[in-house]
Ligand binder design. Structure first.
Ligand code: SF4
Length: 86
């Protein structure tokens, strides 16, 4: 009987440790996802793409930043991550 309880406890502790590890991994991947792209990765340019520009992108943050591209961006710029509001 004691042996069965011991095994169950060990299984439970294993599940707790595994769950904690998965939680840490998940947190780590969320931190990575929160990192911004470089301008080069986003193919950012300081000119609009036709009628589309950072100024009308939902990811633009006045006065000169972007939620997904690092560094300063121009209101008249554009990149491949451009997103219009629905
Ligand atoms: S077009 Fe690109 S750089 Fe400009 S605000 Fe949108 S996502 Fe950021």
């Amino acid at each position: 009987m004691v042996g069965i309880l011991d095994r169950s406890r060990r299984k439970l502790m294993g599940a707790v440790v595994t769950g904690a590890s998965v939680g840490l991994l998940f947190r780590g991947s969320r931190i990575k996802a929160a990192e911004k792209m470089t301008k080069q990765q986003a193919e950012y340019r300081d000119a609009p793409n036709g009628i589309y520009s950072c100024g009308m992108c939902t990811l633009f943050e006045k006065p000169k930043s972007c939620k997904v591209v690092e560094g300063e961006v121009s209101e008249d710029g554009w990149c491949k991550a451009f997103a219009l509001a629905d």
